[in-house]
Design a protein around this ligand. Structure first.
Ligand code: ATP
Length: 319
């Protein structure tokens, strides 16, 4: 607890990339079954969580708890700050689970959340899902609700497809709509160049474009899982797959050219990240990644050099 009686912490939460993303046909409910191998990368958003008053942890006060969200950072203009922000969706889901919550202005205690965005928005790196995971983990800690990983993952699945993965992070194989997540083994660290686009691509638009294209050939994730187990970066490069790539290229033909340019600049493999428009280039090591980033800097609004896997959400208590 801080000197003023408040409880504060900071959650650093990483973005994800899909190393293997196989997409099945559209189901009657509109969703697609996925088989995907995911890893977190060292590009983080930060969520600060502050509960006004230590007394707020009293059961009566909890029932009147309000939530307030503010934000800054890259692309904050595109991030809704109202109830549809995934931080608040996740926070309210947690409150419902434990019987907490009222209105921010009914005179009860307030928990303040401040989001600093570094993960590009609507860019295929699950920034919103990562933030939702940060909210679940951070609020569970600040409020002392102590739900444990299983229950948190179940709440996460109610918030969104990528959120259960983001709660744990690391390397995982996910199925269904992405909510059925099992950890996977990965040896060593890989180095990636992340080419951030100035624009956004709506995930729903990309899936609609996917539905209008010929179905991709069936694929299983074994080749990728094997490459990860051995830590062989060339094998990993040969195994990357993203079934959403043709759909992203159909909506944004320039992405294909820049993907090819990344490859020509020396990437071991280059691909669209998730539903795009972010592009990823795999490098042999840290020095190669830096050189590659320099070579392609002019192609993107922003270029980041990252490593994978990063862990999951990291909680730091603030004094
Ligand atoms: P995915 O890779 O899971 O498809 P994405 O990286 O393409 O996701 P996000 O950055 O998660 O996309 O954002 C998608 C949309 O979600 C945004 O356009 C924004 O309106 C909304 N959104 C809600 N909360 C957030 C948040 N905390 N951060 C970013 N976007 C958010």
């Amino acid at each position: 607890m801080a000197g003023d009686g408040s409880v504060r912490l900071r959650v650093r939460v990483p973005a994800k990339i899909n190393l293997h993303l196989a997409v099945g046909p559209r189901r009657p409910d509109g969703y697609h079954d996925l088989v995907t191998v995911l890893q977190t990368v060292s590009l983080h958003d930060t969520l600060r969580v502050r509960c006004d008053d230590g007394q707020a942890l009293h059961p009566t006060a909890r029932r009147r708890m309000g939530l307030v969200l503010t934000a800054d950072g890259v692309g904050d203009g595109d991030v809704p700050l109202g109830d549809d922000n995934l931080v608040l969706v996740a926070g309210r889901r947690l409150m419902r689970e434990v019987g907490m919550g009222g209105d921010a202005d009914d005179g009860g205690p307030t928990t303040r959340l401040h989001l600093t965005k570094r993960i590009p928005v609507a860019a295929g790196m699950a920034g919103g899902s990562a933030d939702a995971a940060a909210a679940l983990v951070g609020l569970d800690r600040v409020w002392g609700t102590d739900l444990g990983p299983e229950r948190l993952r179940r709440l996460a699945a109610d918030v969104g497809s990528d959120v259960p993965f983001c709660v744990g992070g690391g390397t995982a194989l996910a199925r269904g709509t992405g909510t059925d997540v099992a950890p996977a083994l990965a040896r060593g660290t890989t180095h990636w160049v992340v080419g951030v686009d100035a624009g956004a691509l709506g995930t729903a638009d990309v899936y609609r474009a996917f539905d209008g294209l010929p179905a991709p050939a069936a694929a299983d994730p074994d080749r990728m899982l094997q490459a990860l187990r051995t830590g062989d970066v060339e094998a990993l490069g040969a195994a990357v797959r993203n079934d959403l790539e043709p759909a992203a290229f159909a909506l944004r033909p320039d992405l294909r050219e820049r993907r090819d340019a990344l490859q020509d600049a020396g990437a071991i493999a280059a691909l669209v990240s998730g539903s795009g428009p972010t592009l990823l280039g795999l490098a042999a090591d840290a020095a190669h990644a830096r050189a590659l980033a320099d070579r392609v800097a002019d192609l993107f609004a922003r270029v980041e050099v990252v490593t994978a896997p990063a862990g999951g959400p990291e909680v730091v208590t603030e004094g």
